[in-house]
Design a protein around this ligand. Structure first.
Ligand code: ADP
Ligand code: ASP
Ligand code: MG
Length: 443
């Protein structure tokens, strides 16, 4: 069994979805995971914001505009009048459902139901196309097996049991289509795996189904050595280890959802990153193997808050850090980076939802400063074997950028620095020149 996930651009029009249908031909058993068509989830986020603000007329206008776009997709997608009609009936149902939210007050529960519509639409439209083509496939509702628990973590035992039960209903079927991103939560409500979550769906499905391979099909030819939206002359990396890929995904390489490597790593399932627009390109293969001794790539994660706690009486006292960490634990706020000195400890978080409460509790330990608009820049590779040169290269490249925090040695795969966000573009470009220029000209 292989899992093939296609992202928003890859299913962004009827023509693109037809190209996907061609890519999934063949008898090998497959589960195809689809994102919403590009732009849809953003549109649904905007509609939700308008509904929260009680701008119901504006929300309705946006829903109508999105409906109009989808009607055009239905016209382009199918040749038979019968399928066009079926698709239009489906669209009417989904868009009438959205319009119903403009009548009443709007809650987070309803927002999640709104956000789920994109993947429900793309998969249903795609399944209609396969039916029209006479291709035998089954649309599996992700809401029947994908689930998160009360800590918003995937309930992997539930997912495996329920996915297997769904698959077992169709012993003759080789091709399954399902939604990325959407799931149920601990209360059985419709929820999601956060933005970009279809990659995570694919990986969780791969682990649950004990797949041979998980393929993430997107609009670029693999993981690049630096953010291609910011830096020129980036190039695809052929081979990455699970740990390197996980660091890059977690620290901002948008091509992969931050948590999406973990389920594949746990089951040792290779992950291949491939380009729908250029299917013959080699892409990136992610496995347990490490190439060793190389700086592989750079990524950056914005929206970071740095918190510094200064105290005259603390650091060498055992139990102090535990008390600090317990504050973050109480607010379910993960810490990304940490540095300590005799008189202060600095750490970073990327979820500032409970910042005020956290700062207030930390003030019991000393003087607290919090700074937002920070960025973690993370350099990833295998630094054990290049121990005596990697850090020098990184800091030489960054010599003109003010560094707020430095983290090295936490794992053998990562050197991270914290900078003010306005320095990010410069930092990524300088790292490219300093570390990869030589590789780029040879690539
Ligand atoms: P999809 O809709 O297929 O999930 P995404 O937009 O989520 O696609 O991810 C692909 C995009 O990630 C690329 O188009 C690219 O702009 C961006 N990206 C950011 N960093 C990297 C990187 N290091 N390597 C490749 N792509 C990256
Ligand atoms: N459609 C969702 C999003 O735009 C999930 C995904 O595309 O991975 O975030
Ligand atoms: Mg994505």
């Amino acid at each position: 069994m292989k899992i093939l996930k296609f992202g928003g651009t890859s299913v962004g029009s009827a023509a693109r979805m037809k190209a996907v249908a061609a890519l999934i031909q063949g008898d090998e058993p497959k589960i195809v995971v689809l994102s919403a068509m590009s732009g849809t989830t953003n549109a649904l986020v905007q509609i939700s914001e308008l509904l929260y603000q009680h701008k119901n007329e504006e929300a309705k206008a946006q829903i109508d505009a999105l409906h109009h776009t989808y009607k055009q997709v239905a016209t382009d997608f199918y040749t038979s009048a019968e399928k066009q009609q079926q698709a239009n009936e489906l669209l009417n149902q989904h868009f009438d459902y959205l319009r119903a939210f403009t009548q009443d007050s709007f809650t987070t529960h309803e927002e999640r139901a709104v956000l789920a519509q994109g993947e429900l639409l793309s998969t249903a439209l795609f399944q209609f196309f396969l039916e029209e083509q006479g291709i035998n496939s089954v649309l599996l509702p992700a809401l029947n097996f994908m689930k998160i628990d009360e800590n918003e973590e995937p309930d992997t035992a539930y997912i495996a049991a329920n996915l297997k039960a769904e698959l077992a209903k169709y012993p003759e079927t080789k091709l399954f289509i399902t939604q990325g991103y959407i799931c149920r939560n601990a209360f059985g409500e419709v929820d999601n795996l956060k933005r970009g979550g279809s990659d995570y769906s694919a990986s969780l499905i791969g682990a649950a189904a004990d797949a041979d391979e998980i393929q993430i099909w997107t609009d670029i030819d693999g993981m690049h050595n630096n953010d291609p939206r910011i830096v020129k002359n980036t190039y695809p990396i052929a081979v990455l280890s699970f740990d390197e890929a996980a660091e890059l995904a977690y620290f901002g390489a948008k091509i992969l959802h931050p948590s999406s490597v973990q389920p594949a790593k746990q089951k040792n399932i290779p992950v291949r990153l491939l380009n729908t627009m250029q299917p013959e390109a080699k892409g990136t293969i992610i496995t347990a193997e490490s190439e060793g001794g190389k700086i592989k790539a750079v990524a950056a994660k914005d929206g970071i808050t740095a918190i510094k706690i200064k105290s005259g009486r603390m650091l060498l006292a055992y139990g102090f850090l535990r008390s600090v960490f317990e504050v973050f634990e109480r607010y379910k706020t993960p810490i990304d980076m940490i540095t300590t000195s005799e008189v202060a400890v600095s750490l970073t978080i990327d979820n500032a939802r409970f910042l005020n409460e956290i700062v207030h509790e930390l003030e019991a330990f000393g003087q607290v400063e919090a700074d937002q608009e920070q960025t973690i820049v993370c350099v990833v590779g295998d630094f054990m074997e290049e121990r005596s040169g990697a850090a020098l290269k990184v800091f030489e490249a960054l010599k003109d950028i003010p560094l707020r925090m430095i983290s090295y040695g936490g794992s053998k795969n990562n050197i991270s620095v914290l900078i003010n966000t306005p320095h990010k573009v410069d930092a990524l470009q300088k790292l490219n020149e300093g570390i990869f220029e030589h590789n780029a000209t040879n690539a």
